[in-house]
Ligand binder design. Structure first.
Ligand code: G4P
Length: 196
Protein backbone atom coordinates (compact mmCIF):
# COMPACT_ATOMS: atom_id res chain seq x y z
CA UNK A 1 0.00 0.00 0.00
CA UNK A 2 1.79 3.05 -1.35
CA UNK A 3 0.20 5.63 0.99
CA UNK A 4 1.32 3.57 4.00
CA UNK A 5 4.86 3.08 2.69
CA UNK A 6 5.17 6.85 2.19
CA UNK A 7 3.91 7.50 5.72
CA UNK A 8 6.38 5.01 7.18
CA UNK A 9 9.24 6.70 5.31
CA UNK A 10 8.10 10.18 6.36
CA UNK A 11 7.17 9.62 10.00
CA UNK A 12 8.60 6.26 11.07
CA UNK A 13 11.90 6.04 12.89
CA UNK A 14 14.20 3.09 13.27
CA UNK A 15 15.19 2.17 16.79
CA UNK A 16 17.98 -0.25 17.53
CA UNK A 17 17.42 -4.01 17.36
CA UNK A 18 15.12 -4.01 14.37
CA UNK A 19 12.28 -1.99 15.89
CA UNK A 20 10.30 0.56 13.90
CA UNK A 21 8.71 3.40 15.86
CA UNK A 22 5.40 4.48 14.33
CA UNK A 23 3.79 6.27 17.25
CA UNK A 24 3.07 9.36 15.15
CA UNK A 25 0.35 7.60 13.14
CA UNK A 26 -0.36 4.04 14.33
CA UNK A 27 0.67 2.85 17.80
CA UNK A 28 0.03 5.93 19.92
CA UNK A 29 -1.10 8.99 17.98
CA UNK A 30 -3.42 7.85 15.19
CA UNK A 31 -3.91 9.26 11.69
CA UNK A 32 -7.63 8.62 11.08
CA UNK A 33 -7.51 9.32 7.33
CA UNK A 34 -4.74 6.79 6.88
CA UNK A 35 -6.56 4.30 9.15
CA UNK A 36 -9.73 4.68 7.06
CA UNK A 37 -7.70 3.91 3.92
CA UNK A 38 -6.09 0.94 5.68
CA UNK A 39 -9.50 -0.40 6.71
CA UNK A 40 -10.86 -0.03 3.18
CA UNK A 41 -7.81 -1.76 1.70
CA UNK A 42 -8.23 -4.79 4.00
CA UNK A 43 -11.97 -4.86 3.26
CA UNK A 44 -11.30 -4.81 -0.51
CA UNK A 45 -8.63 -7.51 -0.26
CA UNK A 46 -10.84 -9.91 1.72
CA UNK A 47 -14.13 -8.88 0.04
CA UNK A 48 -14.92 -12.38 -1.28
CA UNK A 49 -14.41 -14.16 2.04
CA UNK A 50 -17.83 -13.50 3.63
CA UNK A 51 -16.26 -12.21 6.83
CA UNK A 52 -18.64 -12.05 9.81
CA UNK A 53 -16.23 -10.74 12.51
CA UNK A 54 -12.92 -8.90 12.68
CA UNK A 55 -10.70 -10.01 15.58
CA UNK A 56 -7.62 -8.29 16.99
CA UNK A 57 -5.54 -7.98 20.16
CA UNK A 58 -5.48 -4.88 22.35
CA UNK A 59 -4.07 -2.24 22.25
CA UNK A 60 -2.57 -1.13 18.93
CA UNK A 61 -4.47 -3.62 16.79
CA UNK A 62 -7.77 -1.99 17.69
CA UNK A 63 -7.51 1.05 15.40
CA UNK A 64 -6.86 -0.74 12.09
CA UNK A 65 -9.30 -3.49 13.12
CA UNK A 66 -12.20 -1.16 13.82
CA UNK A 67 -11.76 0.71 10.53
CA UNK A 68 -11.64 -2.64 8.70
CA UNK A 69 -14.81 -3.76 10.48
CA UNK A 70 -16.47 -0.47 9.56
CA UNK A 71 -15.62 -0.99 5.88
CA UNK A 72 -16.83 -4.61 5.99
CA UNK A 73 -19.89 -3.60 8.06
CA UNK A 74 -19.31 -6.35 10.65
CA UNK A 75 -18.49 -6.26 14.40
CA UNK A 76 -14.93 -6.10 15.71
CA UNK A 77 -13.75 -8.04 18.79
CA UNK A 78 -10.50 -7.30 20.56
CA UNK A 79 -8.94 -10.01 22.69
CA UNK A 80 -8.02 -8.76 26.14
CA UNK A 81 -4.63 -9.18 27.75
CA UNK A 82 -5.90 -8.86 31.29
CA UNK A 83 -9.06 -10.23 32.79
CA UNK A 84 -11.99 -7.84 32.84
CA UNK A 85 -14.25 -7.81 35.88
CA UNK A 86 -17.28 -8.25 33.65
CA UNK A 87 -15.85 -11.15 31.65
CA UNK A 88 -17.50 -14.35 32.83
CA UNK A 89 -15.55 -17.56 33.33
CA UNK A 90 -16.79 -18.65 29.90
CA UNK A 91 -13.64 -17.58 28.10
CA UNK A 92 -11.65 -18.62 25.09
CA UNK A 93 -8.02 -18.32 26.27
CA UNK A 94 -4.54 -18.67 24.89
CA UNK A 95 -0.99 -17.75 25.91
CA UNK A 96 1.11 -15.37 23.83
CA UNK A 97 4.85 -15.17 24.30
CA UNK A 98 6.45 -11.89 23.27
CA UNK A 99 10.06 -12.25 22.17
CA UNK A 100 10.33 -8.47 22.19
CA UNK A 101 9.15 -8.06 25.77
CA UNK A 102 10.12 -11.56 26.95
CA UNK A 103 6.85 -12.02 28.79
CA UNK A 104 3.94 -14.40 28.35
CA UNK A 105 0.45 -12.94 28.51
CA UNK A 106 -2.85 -14.78 28.65
CA UNK A 107 -5.29 -13.42 26.09
CA UNK A 108 -9.02 -14.00 26.11
CA UNK A 109 -12.34 -13.43 24.38
CA UNK A 110 -15.76 -14.14 25.85
CA UNK A 111 -16.93 -17.45 24.46
CA UNK A 112 -20.38 -16.16 23.52
CA UNK A 113 -18.95 -13.62 21.05
CA UNK A 114 -17.45 -16.15 18.62
CA UNK A 115 -19.20 -19.25 17.28
CA UNK A 116 -18.72 -21.91 14.64
CA UNK A 117 -20.98 -19.83 12.41
CA UNK A 118 -18.30 -17.13 12.21
CA UNK A 119 -15.77 -16.47 9.47
CA UNK A 120 -13.05 -14.34 11.01
CA UNK A 121 -10.56 -11.86 9.61
CA UNK A 122 -7.71 -11.32 12.08
CA UNK A 123 -6.10 -7.86 11.94
CA UNK A 124 -2.97 -6.66 13.73
CA UNK A 125 -0.66 -3.68 13.52
CA UNK A 126 2.66 -5.59 13.46
CA UNK A 127 3.75 -9.06 12.41
CA UNK A 128 7.12 -9.95 13.88
CA UNK A 129 7.43 -13.49 15.23
CA UNK A 130 3.76 -14.26 14.75
CA UNK A 131 2.99 -15.18 18.34
CA UNK A 132 0.11 -12.72 18.76
CA UNK A 133 -1.51 -13.93 15.53
CA UNK A 134 -0.98 -17.56 16.56
CA UNK A 135 -2.73 -16.89 19.89
CA UNK A 136 -5.67 -15.19 18.14
CA UNK A 137 -5.99 -18.11 15.71
CA UNK A 138 -6.11 -20.50 18.68
CA UNK A 139 -8.99 -18.51 20.20
CA UNK A 140 -10.90 -18.75 16.90
CA UNK A 141 -10.20 -22.48 16.68
CA UNK A 142 -11.49 -23.00 20.24
CA UNK A 143 -14.75 -21.36 19.13
CA UNK A 144 -14.90 -23.54 16.01
CA UNK A 145 -14.83 -20.37 13.87
CA UNK A 146 -13.26 -20.34 10.42
CA UNK A 147 -10.20 -18.07 10.01
CA UNK A 148 -10.36 -16.59 6.50
CA UNK A 149 -7.07 -14.75 6.76
CA UNK A 150 -4.71 -12.44 8.57
CA UNK A 151 -4.37 -8.77 7.65
CA UNK A 152 -1.24 -7.01 8.88
CA UNK A 153 -0.42 -3.31 8.62
CA UNK A 154 3.38 -3.62 8.96
CA UNK A 155 5.16 -6.92 8.48
CA UNK A 156 8.78 -7.25 9.51
CA UNK A 157 9.70 -9.76 6.83
CA UNK A 158 13.14 -10.34 8.34
CA UNK A 159 11.44 -12.07 11.28
CA UNK A 160 9.80 -15.47 11.18
CA UNK A 161 6.09 -14.68 11.66
CA UNK A 162 4.87 -15.01 8.05
CA UNK A 163 6.60 -18.35 7.62
CA UNK A 164 5.12 -19.72 10.85
CA UNK A 165 1.60 -18.71 9.86
CA UNK A 166 1.81 -19.78 6.22
CA UNK A 167 3.12 -23.15 7.38
CA UNK A 168 -0.06 -23.38 9.48
CA UNK A 169 -2.14 -22.77 6.33
CA UNK A 170 -3.07 -19.16 7.11
CA UNK A 171 -3.50 -16.66 4.25
CA UNK A 172 -1.39 -13.62 5.22
CA UNK A 173 -1.83 -10.20 3.57
CA UNK A 174 0.48 -7.38 4.70
CA UNK A 175 0.05 -3.79 3.54
CA UNK A 176 3.72 -2.89 4.09
CA UNK A 177 6.48 -5.49 4.13
CA UNK A 178 9.81 -4.41 5.57
CA UNK A 179 12.83 -6.33 4.34
CA UNK A 180 15.35 -4.62 6.59
CA UNK A 181 15.86 -1.91 9.18
CA UNK A 182 19.64 -2.24 9.14
CA UNK A 183 21.78 0.88 9.63
CA UNK A 184 18.72 2.98 10.40
CA UNK A 185 17.38 2.52 6.85
CA UNK A 186 13.92 1.26 5.98
CA UNK A 187 13.89 -1.12 3.02
CA UNK A 188 10.62 -2.53 1.72
CA UNK A 189 10.25 -5.98 0.16
CA UNK A 190 8.16 -4.80 -2.82
CA UNK A 191 10.10 -1.71 -3.73
CA UNK A 192 13.70 -1.09 -2.77
CA UNK A 193 13.06 2.27 -1.11
CA UNK A 194 15.75 3.58 1.18
CA UNK A 195 15.27 6.14 3.94
CA UNK A 196 18.50 7.84 4.93
P1 G4P B 1 4.77 -11.22 17.55
O1 G4P B 1 3.43 -11.03 18.19
O2 G4P B 1 4.71 -11.10 16.03
O3 G4P B 1 5.45 -12.50 17.98
O4 G4P B 1 5.69 -10.01 17.98
P2 G4P B 1 6.59 -9.65 19.23
O5 G4P B 1 6.34 -10.59 20.36
O6 G4P B 1 7.97 -9.49 18.73
O7 G4P B 1 5.97 -8.22 19.56
C1 G4P B 1 5.39 -7.88 20.77
C2 G4P B 1 4.77 -6.51 20.70
O8 G4P B 1 5.66 -5.58 20.06
C3 G4P B 1 3.49 -6.42 19.96
O9 G4P B 1 2.74 -5.38 20.53
C4 G4P B 1 3.95 -5.99 18.54
O10 G4P B 1 2.89 -5.38 17.84
C5 G4P B 1 5.03 -5.04 18.89
N1 G4P B 1 6.09 -4.89 17.89
C6 G4P B 1 6.85 -5.85 17.33
N2 G4P B 1 7.75 -5.30 16.51
C7 G4P B 1 7.54 -3.96 16.55
C8 G4P B 1 8.17 -2.84 15.92
O11 G4P B 1 9.12 -2.96 15.14
N3 G4P B 1 7.67 -1.62 16.22
C9 G4P B 1 6.62 -1.43 17.08
N4 G4P B 1 6.20 -0.18 17.27
N5 G4P B 1 6.02 -2.46 17.71
C10 G4P B 1 6.47 -3.70 17.43
P3 G4P B 1 2.00 -5.48 21.89
O12 G4P B 1 2.87 -5.97 22.98
O13 G4P B 1 0.76 -6.30 21.66
O14 G4P B 1 1.72 -4.00 22.21
P4 G4P B 1 0.45 -3.07 22.10
O15 G4P B 1 -0.32 -3.48 20.88
O16 G4P B 1 -0.32 -3.35 23.37
O17 G4P B 1 0.99 -1.72 22.00
Amino acid sequence: MKQLQEKILKEGTVLGQGVLKVDRFLTHQVDPQLMAAIGQDFANYFAEEKITKVVTLEASGITPAVFTALSLDVPMIYARKSKSLTLSDELLTSSVYSFTKQVTSDISISRHLLTEEDTVLIIDDFLANGQAAKGLIELCQQAGANVAGLGIVIEKSFQSGRQLLEDAGIHVYSQARIASLDNGEITFVEKETIHG
